[in-house]
Design a binder for this molecule. Structure first.
Ligand SMILES: [Zn+2]
Length: 112
């Protein structure tokens, strides 16, 4: 392991540095070091307490949340298992017992 990022295009671990760029010898993809650092940072999702969330985490809802398009409400204290982080305004994809698949905002949950 040399600490260099994998190629975002083909996943190769044989990346090498060339000036301000990373280069993949396998698919010839080149990308800027700055851009790859920024992309990594954008993906960090934090809960209401600032803890970093990851795929597969269990979280607790900290606020009654209306379910879009129905009269259901996800109550405070509801445990949500096996979350999946996604892009967008609602950045958690999950399945809640009795409600089904839905998306939550990370600001309204805390890590269990
Ligand atoms: Zn590659």
């Amino acid at each position: 392991m040399n600490g260099l990022p994998k190629c975002p295009q083909c996943g190769s671990e044989f990346t090498y540095e060339d000036g301000t760029q990373y280069v993949c010898p396998e698919c010839a993809h080149e990308w800027s070091k700055d851009a790859s650092a920024a992309a990594d940072e954008a993906k960090i999702v934090r809960d209401a307490n600032g803890n970093v969330l990851a795929d597969g985490d269990t979280v607790t809802v900290i606020k009654d949340l209306k379910v879009k398009g129905s009269s259901l409400v996800v109550k405070v204290g509801t445990k949500v298992k096996n979350i999946r982080l996604v892009e967008g305004d609602h950045d958690i994809d999950c399945k809640i017992d009795g409600v089904g698949a839905m998306q939550l905002k990370s600001a309204f949950v805390k890590k269990a």
